[in-house]
Each structure stands twice: as C-alpha cells, then as structure tokens.
Design a protein around this ligand. Structure first.
Ligand SMILES: Nc1ncnc2c1ncn2[C@@H]1O[C@H](COP(=O)(O)OP(=O)(O)OP(=O)(O)O)[C@@H](O)[C@H]1O
Ligand SMILES: [Mg+2]
Length: 525
C-alpha cells in the first residue's frame, strides 16, 4: 500500500483577536510513521490539525499532502448534521461519498412532497450507487458489527447520542483504520475509551501501515505508540525523533539550552549597557555607535523556555448528612440489573466499567436531583441532607454557554464581578481567554472552565464524568489536588488508571448488567 505524507513549512496562524497562535511551524510526517502531537490545553493542536486538513487556511506557510486523508475530530459525534450512526459514519467517509450522502439525506427529507422531489431522491440514490455508496454500506456493516456487535441495518438509524462516548470513538476509529485513507489525523482518539479500548487502539496504531498523526494526553498510550513526538509550545513546534521514554529528558535539555542561550545574551547585554554608560560619562564620540550596538543586540533576544503552567483549582464543598446517596433495588432500564449502593460523606467513589454499560446514565440520574426521574429506572434512590450535586458531564454540548464570553458567564450565572472573576480565571490559566466565547475555547480549556463553574456552584457532591479526558497533564494533576482538599463526596466515572489511584471505593458496571463493588479497580471484565 502506498503511504502518504504531510509536510508543513513556515506555517503561521493568528487568532481572530490578533494573537499569534502558531509561528513558523514546519515538520514532515510520512512513510507510515506514528507521530504524536502534544502540548498543553489551548496550545494549538486542534487548530494545527484543522490547518492540515484544509478546514482553515494558515496566514502564511505551506501544507503539502499526498494520499487520501481521514480525520477524526476531538468531539466526534457532536458536529453539525450528525444525528444518527449513519451520519456519523458518513462524516468520516471520502469527500465524494460525503457529498453524495448529503444530497441523499436532503432529498429523502422532501421525498413526500411531490413528483419533482421524488425524482430528486431517485437521482440522489443513483448517484449514491455510482460513487460507491453501497460498497461503503457493506464496509460500515463490518465496522458496526465489530465495534457495536450490531449489523449496520440495526444501528444505522440510532441516535448517536445513545451510543456511549467510547462507542462513538471506536466506531469512527474502526472506519478510519480499516478504511482506504493512507494518512490519518486523530485528535484525542483515546478520550472516553475504556482501558481495553485504549489497549485496542494502541495495538491498532502499532499494526497499521498508515501514516498517522495523533494528539493525546495519555502518557501510557504515548509511551506505547509514539515513534516521534511533535510538541507545540511557545507558539511553535519542535520535533523529537525518539519515543516517549526519553522525551522528558530531551525536553529538559532543550529548555536548558534555551536558558543558557538567554543567559549568555543577557551577559552580553549588560556588558554593552555598561560600555554605553562609561562612554556617555566620558562624553566619548563613540557613544552613538555603542548605543546602536546595544539596540541591535536587544532586538535579538533569544526565546525563553515556555513558562510552566500553574493551575490551582479550589473545590471547597461543605459538611452534609452522613448518608449522601442511597440506592435500593435501583435498576437503569435496559442497562443494569437492580443494585443497592450506599455512599457516605467524604467517600471517593470511582465508577468503572466498559463503554456502554450505563455509567453516564447513572451519573445523569444523580445529577438531576431533586428530580428523581430524569433517567428511566426502577427502584428507589435518594440524596441525603444538604447534599448539593454538581455535575461535570462528558458531552461538550453546552448550548447555554456556547455564545457567551467567560466573563459574561461568570457575571450572569455566578454574580462574579470583574475583581472576583479575574483571579479565578487566573487560577485556571484562562486569563487570556476571558473575552472569548465558551464555544471558541479548546477542548481542555472548556473542561477547565466547567470545573471552575463547579467550584463556584457550592456543590457538596461532585458527580464527574471522565473529568480528566481532554485535560493536559498539569490540569489533571491540579484537579487531583483539588479533589484531595474537597470537603464533600466525589463520585467519578473514569478510565484513567493514574487518576483512579486517589479513589478508595470502586463500583463496577459489568457487561453482564450487574453493578457491584470491588476492593480494587478492575479494568478487564
Ligand atoms: N475566536 C477565537 N478568539 C480567540 N482565541 C481563540 C478563538 N478560537 C480559538 N481560540 C484559541 O485558540 C487556542 C488554540 O485552540 P486549540 O483548540 O487548537 O488548542 P488545543 O491545543 O487543541 O487544546 P486542547 O488540548 O485543550 O484540545 C486556544 O487558546 C483557544 O482559546
Ligand atoms: Mg484540541
């Protein structure tokens, strides 16, 4: 199979507010290499992938590609025009299929409106066949069977939102990895995957002959898969030709080199400044020449290593009744068998289990309190005295937040004036984004801001659905530290083995519909 490539040279990209997000970015990815793209939240990874995919043009520089390109977005499944499994699969198909599919969909909606509309539908169907639509459906059938255990016919019309986050990702990954494109761009493909899912992805990446550029914050996945690592920091990209095991040393060496260069530059600057002073005092005719030299030198200041992030989350909580949650014979309709569960004040409960076993539904049910019927179930459940749930949800669809700026949201929803909002945003490293609308934040910045809203809500029971997905390493550590301090109870769904270490109770949602407690985290059932 011919393997395609991507080559960037001198790529520069400015944000709408004028800030330079990417400067002089250049690298080559080809020959079936598996290359990781890493960087802190908001550093520009998703933007760079969008530039490579041709969604947005860079302000300068070149992007050259060969081979068919398949793209998986960070929030796959939440895009416009994607409501069914069929739409989801079509959204990652070849461009000709995407266009034919769009026409077919539009035509089918007006099908009952008379002869012209029926003709349009008929010709859309013919076109669908011509561009290979039926072959694609055979292929999709294989993908659905492999990842969902359902034939395409049974899955096609299902609402995507009824698939778990992990199932959506697996389905799209299967279609891309098994599909014809030689080059793949994958933006955080491991988010929401359960642990066996992550293992599956690791081996699929390793076995694939394709050229793959992917973003991930998962250190374990990076260690097992990356042949090269491209880092975006301080608005530019640098390439490390080795794997993750030696990456940290390479990065520290690089930073040390920057510091050394800067130190030498600073020494020289001081010497020149002294010289200028001496010449000035002596009223020497050489003064002007020395001033010019100093000015030239100052313009050539080498960059400093990027500052490290300092994120501080402050979840305060408060005392509640001892019994925080009581479930008796609770069964989530179609998802779990009846189970009993009691959670006490101060507990740290990790909810574990494979993708699609109902964990998010359970959390959504709890978050709906005092409404007890927000998710279909039988049996009883209740929250205790003074228990105020605060929900961090996996879906990043927040229509109520999308079009408001961070300062507006903090003012409208939390009555925070500028003097209070500014330090809070600072602690979450969101100062630069405060005039941006929520919808324009990067995935990790959105996650961080949602945690800030939780902090401000005064919740005493945190209900967190995969909170560390999308977060960079520094933010995940800040969250862990904040949870440690939190005076209250935490119930969190997670597939993050490292994050789970700070929990002490483990509730397993089994593939056999049982819900039971375990003494240790269980990842493979
Ligand atoms: N309209 C806008 N105005 C100002 N800044 C914007 C706008 N749209 C995006 N940005 C900023 O661009 C930056 C890059 O976002 P991008 O999504 O590429 O980051 P990322 O590296 O993928 O982060 P993450 O790890 O969180 O997914 C972010 O700081 C984001 O806030
Ligand atoms: Mg991103």
């Amino acid at each position: 199979m011919p393997v395609g490539h991507i080559e960037l040279g001198g790529v520069t990209y400015r944000l709408p507010d004028g800030r330079e997000l990417l400067r002089d970015v250049g690298f080559r990815v080809g020959d079936g290499a598996k290359v990781a793209l890493v960087g802190t939240n908001g550093s520009g990874k998703t933007t760079l992938l969008r530039i490579i995919a041709g969604d947005i043009p860079p302000h300068s520089g070149s992007v050259v590609r060969s081979g068919g390109l398949g793209v998986m977005r960070q929030f796959v499944g939440t895009g416009r025009g994607v409501s069914t499994v069929r739409d989801l699969l079509a959204s990652v198909a070849a461009p000709a299929l995407v266009a034919a599919y769009g026409e077919l969909r539009a035509a089918s909606q007006g099908m009952h409106a008379g002869e012209a509309a029926q003709l349009r539908y008929a010709s859309a169907l013919v076109h669908w066949g011509e561009v290979g639509g039926y072959d694609a459906e055979v292929f999709w059938d294989e993908c659905c069977t492999r990842t969902l255990g359902l034939p395409y016919e049974a899955a096609a019309d299902r609402d995507v939102m009824t698939l778990s986050g992990g199932e959506q990702k697996k389905l799209v990954l299967e279609a891309l990895l098994r599909g014809p494109d030689e080059v793949l761009l994958l933006d955080e493909p491991d988010n929401y995957l359960d642990v066996p899912g992550k293992r599956w992805l690791e081996s699929r990446l390793a076995d694939s002959a394709k050229t793959i550029l992917y973003v991930s914050h998962d250190r374990e996945l990076l260690a097992r898969t990356a042949e090269q690592i491209i880092t975006i920091e301080a608005s530019t990209a640098w390439v490390y030709g080795g794997g993750f095991a030696s990456y940290h040393d390479a990065r520290s060496d690089r930073h040390a080199r920057f510091e050394e260069l800067h130190r030498r530059w600073d020494d020289e600057r001081r010497k020149l400044a002294d010289l200028v002073k001496r010449l000035q005092l002596a009223k020497s005719p050489k003064t002007q020449a020395a001033v010019t030299r100093l000015q030239r030198h100052e313009q050539r200041e080498p960059e400093l290593p990027p500052r490290s992030q300092n994120i501080r989350m402050r979840l305060s909580g408060g005392r509640t009744g001892v019994r925080v949650l009581t479930c008796s014979r609770l069964a989530l309709t179609g998802l779990t068998a009846p189970f009993d569960l009691e959670v006490f004040y101060g507990d740290r409960v990790a909810v574990l289990g494979a993708n699609g076993t109902g964990k998010s539904h359970f959390l959504r049910l709890l978050a709906g309190w005092p409404e007890t019927d927000s998710v279909k179930h039988s049996g009883d459940w209740k929250l205790g005295a003074r228990v105020v749930p605060g929900h961090f949800s996996q879906t990043h669809e927040h229509p109520e937040l999308t079009d408001r700026t961070l300062l507006q949201i903090l003012w409208d929803d939390c009555a925070l004036r500028m003097e209070q909002a500014a330090p809070a945003l600072h602690r979450y490293d969101l100062t630069g984004a405060r005039e941006q609308t929520f919808g324009t934040l990067s995935g990790g910045q959105q996650a961080r801001f949602q945690i800030l809203l939780l902090e401000l809500s005064g919740a005493t029971l945190l209900i967190l659905d995969e909170p560390t997905d999308n977060l960079d390493v520094a933010s995940a550590e800040a969250l862990e530290a904040a949870l440690e301090e939190f005076d209250g109870t935490v119930i969190a769904v997670t597939h993050d083995r490292w994050f789970t270490r700070s929990f002490e109770r483990f509730v397993l949602f089994g593939a056999d519909e049982t819900v039971r407690e375990a003494a240790e985290p269980v990842w493979h059932q």
